[in-house]
Write a protein that binds this ligand. Structure first.
Ligand code: NAD
Length: 252
C-alpha cells in the first residue's frame, strides 16, 4: 500500500485517465477525492472504489472557478483530512488553426488547464506546507513539450503547466513538497476523434514506439510513483508516459 491514508485530490477523475488514477490511488490505500465538473461520472467512480473496499468521495467542482475550488478543498479537508497529494488532471480541448481560433476557445483552454491548476494548488498547498510534505502532479502533454497542429491554446496551457511545476518545485522543496508533471497518452473520450479518423490515427501512431494507444489504466502506476514516497527526491521533472511519442523518433 504505497499511498496508505494519503488524502489525494484528483481533478477530472470522473472519466478517462483521471478515473484510472483515482482507482489506483484507492487500491494503494489512498483516501481519494474524485473531483469533476460532471458529478454523475464522479459518483460512479466513487461507487466502484467503495464497492472494492476503497475510500473515496465525489466532489462536484469547476476547477476554473476560484470559489468552487475553495469549496472543494474545504469539503475534502472536512471529510477526508488534510490534503497531501494533488493531481491537476482535468482538461478540455478546443482545437482550431490560429487564424480561425476564437477568443473563447483560447480562454476556455487556458482557464481550465492553467488557471484551474493554479486554483487547485492555491487552495491545497497550505495543507502540504503545514504537514511539511506533499505531492503536486500536473498533467501536461506532448503538445506542451513539442507543440501540435491546431492547438496553440492547448500547447500554451500545457507548457505553462510545466513552468508551474518548475517554480513550485523551487519554492516548496524546503517543505518536502515535490512538484512534477506527466505527459501521457491514452485511449479516452478526449482522443476519440484522433483514434477514429484513420489519417489522424496513422500520423499519431507513427510517433509511438508501441504502435497503439495505451489504455488509461496503463498510466496509473506512473502517478502512484509520483504520489508515493518512492519519488521523494524527484522534483521539477516531466515524465513522458506516452510510449516515446515526445521522446524519440520512431522510424518503424
Ligand atoms: N488522452 C490523451 O491521450 C492525453 C494526451 C495528453 C494529455 N492528456 C491530458 O490528460 C488529462 C486527462 O485527459 P483525458 O484524456 O482523460 O480526458 P477526458 O476528456 O476523458 O477527461 C477529462 C475530465 O476532465 C473533466 N473536466 C473538464 N473540465 C473541467 C472543469 N472545468 N472542472 C472539473 N473537471 C473538468 C471532464 O468532465 C472529464 O471528466 C487532460 O489534462 C488532458 O489534456 C491526455
Amino acid at each position: 500500500m504505497r499511498l496508505k491514508d494519503r488524502v489525494c485530490v484528483v481533478t477530472g477523475s470522473g472519466q478517462g485517465i483521471g478515473a484510472e488514477i483515482a482507482r489506483r490511488f484507492a487500491d494503494e490505500g489512498g483516501k481519494v477525492a474524485v473531483v469533476d465538473i460532471n458529478k454523475e461520472n464522479a459518483d460512479q467512480v466513487v461507487k466502484d472504489i467503495v464497492n472494492k473496499g476503497g475510500k473515496a468521495i465525489s466532489v462536484a467542482c469547476d476547477i476554473s472557478d476560484f470559489k468552487s475550488v475553495e469549496e472543494m478543498a474545504n469539503t475534502v479537508r472536512k471529510q477526508l483530512g488534510p490534503i497531501t497529494v494533488l493531481v491537476n488532471n482535468a482538461g478540455v480541448t478546443r482545437p482550431a488553426m490560429i487564424h480561425k481560433m476564437e477568443e473563447s476557445q483560447f480562454d476556455k483552454v487556458i482557464d481550465v488547464h492553467l488557471k484551474g491548476a493554479w486554483n487547485c494548488v492555491r487552495h491545497t498547498v497550505q495543507d502540504m506546507i503545514d504537514q511539511k510534505y506533499g505531492k503536486i502532479i500536473n498533467v501536461t502533454s506532448a503538445a506542451g513539450l513539442m507543440g501540435t497542429l491546431g492547438q496553440v491554446n492547448y500547447a500554451s496551457a500545457k507548457m505553462g503547466l510545466v513552468g508551474m511545476i518548475k517554480a513550485l518545485a523551487t519554492e516548496l522543496g524546503i517543505y518536502n513538497i515535490t512538484a512534477n508533471a506527466v505527459a501521457p497518452v491514452a485511449a479516452t473520450p478526449m482522443t476519440d476523434k484522433i483514434r477514429t479518423d484513420p489519417k489522424m490515427l496513422e500520423t499519431n501512431l507513427k510517433r509511438s514506439v508501441i504502435k497503439r494507444f495505451p489504455e488509461p489504466e496503463e498510466l496509473a502506476g506512473t502517478f502512484v510513483y509520483l504520489a508515493s514516497a518512492d519519488s521523494d527526491l524527484v522534483t521539477g521533472v516531466v515524465i513522458n508516459a506516452d510510449a516515446g511519442m515526445s521522446s524519440v523518433t520512431s522510424m518503424r
